[in-house]
Design a binder for this molecule. Structure first.
Ligand code: AQP
Length: 342
């Protein structure tokens, strides 16, 4: 049985993109893999976080995992800072990864923007910590959204270089698992930008804890174009959108993908159902399915967050189980690198 590792940052505003691109897939993979799901609080502080909010946001992600259907008995749920192996292995990987590799990371460029000199060093070496998260457990597969593909490639480069440098085959070359009808959910206000927790406008995203009315309002206000919904000629053979169509009508492509993903149908089935509709009608359909699928998760999240002691107990149990896997692997790494054990 392969081993899955993946994480979500407790940076607030958990949204539909995080759910469709990642968390929903985490749920599906249980049973076929040994699953380790982490609230990556060390990653969160690469951008400043208010300490009180960080604690609440950490519990929010744990609640989302459970509310979405991750079983904390079979899968491991914990927060990253409680397993020291992540930070220790990240340091070793800081010494394996090359500056040139990190300079190519688009997420750093996007997040640091014009203020590169002012960005934290942590934000720059974020991908090394992500490689450590995964390889601390020798995970074989990592379910992520499309935006994390480049970091997964870097994880493989780090594993390969470590193995070459120390003439070993210790670390696996981890495979990304990017699947589902919405691997890259875009902003509701601008179809060229990804839906994101840090986007200022709350209208740009559907949060997992939004009420039915908020979901309906955000979909009603979502940006569209003047044309009716497209027919099947906007798809290519593999069932994906024609790139030229996506470039010309990014908002239409995004809303149809969200509808297909939430309704659990293929893009071609969604298009077959909605071809020629006006956006006003389609938005009603989309609202119904979004409320039907998301409202129960949101209300279960709120219920769980009202019992923080129970969530903390789950995280404590997860931490012990995660440590039990990570520590022996880290000891082997110490041995390979040549650290003296007293
Ligand atoms: N828009 C998205 N569409 C599909 N998948 C997405 N993910 C994030 N945004 C989308 C996936 O969600 C998982 C957890 O993401 P994260 O918490 O580590 O942070 P992120 O990738 O930086 O996502 P955000 O939500 O956009 O946060 P900010 O605004 O802080 O950058 C990952 O598997 C990610 O691929």
């Amino acid at each position: 049985m392969g081993r899955i590792f993946s994480g979500v940052q407790p940076t607030g505003n958990l949204h539909l993109g995080n759910y469709l691109g990642a968390i929903r897939n985490f749920v599906q993979l249980q049973g076929d893999y040994e699953c380790i799901y982490c609230v990556v609080d060390l990653h969160a502080i690469t951008l400043w976080q208010d300490p009180t909010k960080l604690r609440a946001q950490t519990r929010e992600i744990a609640a989302a995992f459970i509310a979405a259907g991750i079983d904390p008995i079979n899968s491991i749920i914990f927060n990253q800072s409680q397993v020291p192996a992540h930070a220790e292995l990240a340091w070793i990987f800081n010494c394996v990864a090359r500056m040139g590799w990190l300079n190519r990371m688009t997420q750093f460029k996007d997040k640091a923007g014009k203020h590169r000199e002012n960005a934290s060093v942590g934000l720059y070496v974020y991908p090394d910590l992500m490689a450590a998260d995964i390889l601390t457990y020798k995970a074989t597969h990592v379910p992520v959204g499309e935006d994390q593909k480049q970091h997964l490639e870097l994880t493989r480069d780090i594993a390969q270089k470590f193995n070459n440098d120390f003439e070993t085959d210790f670390f696996p070359l981890t495979e990304p698992l990017i699947f589902g009808a919405a691997t890259r959910v875009m902003s509701l206000r601008d179809g060229s930008k990804k839906m994101s927790k840090s986007e200022e406008s709350d209208l740009s995203r559907i949060n997992m804890t939004d009420t039915d009315d908020e979901i309906a309002k955000k979909i009603r206000k979502a940006k569209t174009d003047p044309d009716p919904l497209p027919g099947l000629d906007c798809l290519i053979e593999n069932g994906q959108f024609e790139p030229a169509f996506e470039r010309a009508r990014p908002e239409a492509a995004n809303l149809i993908s969200i509808y297909a993903a939430l309704a659990g149908v293929s893009l071609s089935a969604a298009i077959g159902e909605t071809e020629g509709q006006q956006f006003s009608d389609f938005k009603r359909l989309l609202t119904d399915v979004a409320v039907e699928k998301l409202a129960p998760i949101g209300s279960e999240m709120r219920r769980l967050q009202d019992a923080p002691d129970h969530l903390d107990e789950i995280l404590r149990d997860g931490r012990q189980r995660a440590n039990a896997i990570a520590q022996p692997i880290l000891q082997d790494v110490h041995q390979i690198v040549g650290f003296l054990r007293p």
